[in-house]
Every structure is written in structure tokens, then in C-alpha cells.
Design a protein around this ligand. Structure first.
Ligand code: KG4
Ligand code: ZN
Length: 345
């Protein structure tokens, strides 16, 4: 079964073709991505209207590209999957509209996918796929959650951020330091040359006794430091970046370990854009190795938004028999949509 997946929830248009839906692990045949980062850079963040318009421009050429690369015709596609939410309403509507129009024209069923489920299941596309059950650390630009995952669609929320997401903490701190958008990768690069112990920054909720996160205070602490430094900021930027990254990473690592202890599970899956962060990976690897816990990540290029994870999630939902694809093309999107709302047990 061939599944075409379309992702358009934010500032990346992603299209992919996966073979799956029946027995065996689904296989990624081809995927293509267009990032709008350059377009939004001038504004220091995503401009929703510009994002929607760019998705419209990119989605069909990307689909043609993916089909050509996989040497398949559009008429070979059996199911069209799209990101139904969460995300920017206008951006989501582009993917949903195109997916439903294509499916209607082909007389094929459609399937709406949860963006975070896409991230969560993306490590199944890696060379070292996980096995259920596991604890998932979902760290993207908009979400920071710890989930207990028993199987496809079997998600229990263990803890989440009560304010900013980890990616947001990276992005907002980077913006304060004048590092552009999105700031996570830029801040992390700069941090490599810095000394994390040069500044004392808070580790919010580190000892809260639960699995929730809070990053808004950290951003304020970075702002306070930046103001205090004034003109000296320029020469101390790498140190401040390193200290910021160290604070975020320490909280993520400690809470992930606490989630493993609480659930008694011995497997951790890290997904979402911040999962590309090198110190986070290094520290999780070391901590998990010391505890005999296996840790899995998506391939680096599939950490941030992409169509492959959407086609993959659709394939796994079909395979698990928990969501049939539908020949109903009256689509809707869900800009706000908690992942545990998908829970089937
Ligand atoms: O999952 P994603 O592509 O989009 C959302 O669904 O939100 O995540 C994007 C986030 C941004 O906040 C970006 O700054 C962050 O992931 N990010 C990183 C790194 N690469 C991406 N943060 C820290 N270090 C990185 N290497
Ligand atoms: Zn995402």
C-alpha cells in the first residue's frame, strides 16, 4: 500500500511516500522538504499568512518530485495522509485541502494525522527503530511533553510544560542574543565555543517532584543577564549561549530519567526539533547507558518537521487497525489538539 504524506503545519512543507499499511515495518520510498526559514527570518518568527501562501506554492511541485524519485505515478497512491493538527490553521488548511482534493480526484481515501504523533513515531524510520513500550520525550518548537507510549495510539501524558516549550526557550533566548530565527541550532553552534559555568541560570521545576516543565523563567533570566552585560554581551555571547543550553538540557535529561523511573520502562524515544540538539543527545546517551536504558532518536534530518513522519504515522495507524482511511473529503483541521486526546485505551 502506497501512502502519500503531506505536512504543512508550520514553516516547512514536507511530502513523502511510504510503502506500508500491511505486515512489516513501513518503508520510506522518498521524501522532499521545503523550509520557509529564510522567508520568515526577516520578521524574526513565522508569519502565518506568508506560511500558508508558500505551502500552496510548494506542495504540488514537492509531490511531483517525490513521486518521480520513487518512480511511482500519482495514480499508484492508495491513501493520502495529511497533518490535521496541531499547528497554524491557515497552513494546516493548505495541506488538508490539497490532500483531500488529490484523494477525491483519485477516488482514494484520506487520513488526517496528529503532527506530534508523527514526531513520536518518526524514530521507527531510523536504522535503529524502537520497540513498544517506551517513554517519549517530545521536544519541539511548540511542545514539551513526556509520554508513556504502550503502542500506536496508546499514549499517556506524564508531564508537560506549563508555559514555554523547550524549543521556544532556545528560540527566544537566541532572539535576545540577536542570533536570528529559528534560534535553536544557531544558539547551539555558538554554545560550542562558550563556557556554560560562566553564568548561573535557573533550572525551573527541576526539583518539583513531578514531570512538568517550565521555561518562561529561564528566558527572563537570560534577558536579565543580557541587559546587565549591555555592550559586553557581544564578547560574552558564547558563554551565555552555553549556559542557556546547559540549563535547558539538564532539565530535559533529569525529567526524562525521572519518567523512566516512575514508569519502570527501560526505553526512551526522543523526538521533535530539539531532539537534534547535540549536548542533549550526548547527555541522554551517557545517562541511559549508565542505567541500561535504550535510547532512540529519529535520523537527524527527520527530527524537524517533514512529510515522512506523517506518512509513517498514517501507515502505522492503518497497520494497527485503529484509524481507517476515509472516502469523505469534507476536511477540518485542529490547530489545538492534545496528543493524549488520541488515546485508544
Ligand atoms: O519539531 P520542530 O521542527 O517544529 C515544531 O513542531 O515545533 O521543532 C522546531 C524547534 C525550534 O524551536 C528549533 O529552534 C529547535 O526545534 N531546534 C533545535 C535544534 N534544531 C532545531 N534546538 C536546539 N538545538 C538544535 N540543534
Ligand atoms: Zn513539529
Amino acid at each position: 500500500m502506497l501512502i502519500l504524506g503531506i505536512e504543512s503545519s508550520c514553516d516547512e512543507t514536507g511530502v513523502a511516500l511510504v510503502r506500508g499499511g500491511d505486515a512489516g515495518t513501513p518503508v520510506l520510498l522518498a521524501h522532499a522538504l521545503h523550509s520557509q526559514i529564510e522567508m520568515h527570518q526577516a520578521y524574526g518568527g513565522v508569519v502565518p499568512e506568508l506560511a500558508s501562501r508558500d505551502h500552496i506554492r510548494r506542495v504540488l511541485p514537492l509531490s511531483d518530485h517525490v513521486l518521480a524519485e520513487a518512480q511511482q505515478a500519482l495514480s499508484d497512491v492508495d491513501v493520502v495522509a495529511f497533518t490535521r493538527g496541531p499547528g497554524l490553521a491557515g497552513a494546516l488548511l493548505v495541506g488538508a485541502g490539497v490532500a483531500c482534493a488529490l484523494a477525491a480526484a483519485l477516488d482514494r481515501p484520506v487520513l488526517g494525522v496528529h503532527h506530534l504523533e508523527g514526531h513520536l513515531l518518526s524514530p521507527f524510520l531510523s536504522a535503529d527503530p524502537p520497540a513498544f513500550p517506551f517513554v517519549a520525550l517530545l521536544v519541539s518548537g511548540g511542545h514539551t511533553q513526556l509520554m508513556e507510549v504502550q503502542g500506536v495510539g496508546r499514549y499517556r501524558l506524564l508531564g508537560e510544560t506549563i508555559d514555554d516549550a523547550a524549543g521556544e526557550a532556545f528560540d527566544k533566548s537566541a532572539k535576545l542574543m540577536g542570533l536570528g530565527y529559528p534560534g535553536g541550532p544557531a544558539l547551539s553552534r555558538l554554545a560550542e565555543q562558550g563556557d556554560a559555568s560562566a553564568f548561573k541560570l535557573p533550572r525551573p521545576l527541576l526539583h518539583s517532584g513531578n514531570l512538568d516543565f517550565s521555561f518562561a523563567g529561564l528566558k527572563t533570566a537570560v534577558l536579565t543577564q543580557a541587559r546587565k552585560l549591555g555592550e559586553a554581551l557581544e564578547s560574552r555571547k558564547a558563554d551565555l549561549a552555553a549556559a542557556t543550553e546547559a540549563a535547558i538540557v539538564e532539565v530535559l535529561v533529569k525529567k526524562s530519567l525521572a519518567a523512566l523511573v516512575q514508569t519502570g520502562l527501560r526505553r526512551l524515544v526522543v523526538a521533535g526539533g530539539v531532539g537534534a540538539n547535540r549536548p542533549l543527545r550526548a547527555q541522554l546517551n551517557a545517562a541511559c547507558a549508565a542505567r541500561g536504558v535504550r535510547v532512540h532518536y529519529p535520523e537527524l534530518h527527520l527530527c524537524t518537521d517533514n512529510g515522512a513522519m506523517i506518512a509513517m504515522a498514517a501507515a502505522m495507524r492503518l497497520q494497527a487497525g485503529i484509524q481507517p482511511a476515509q472516502r469523505s473529503y469534507a476536511f477540518d483541521v485542529k490547530p489545538r489538539w492534545p496528543l493524549d486526546a488520541l488515546a485508544i485505551s
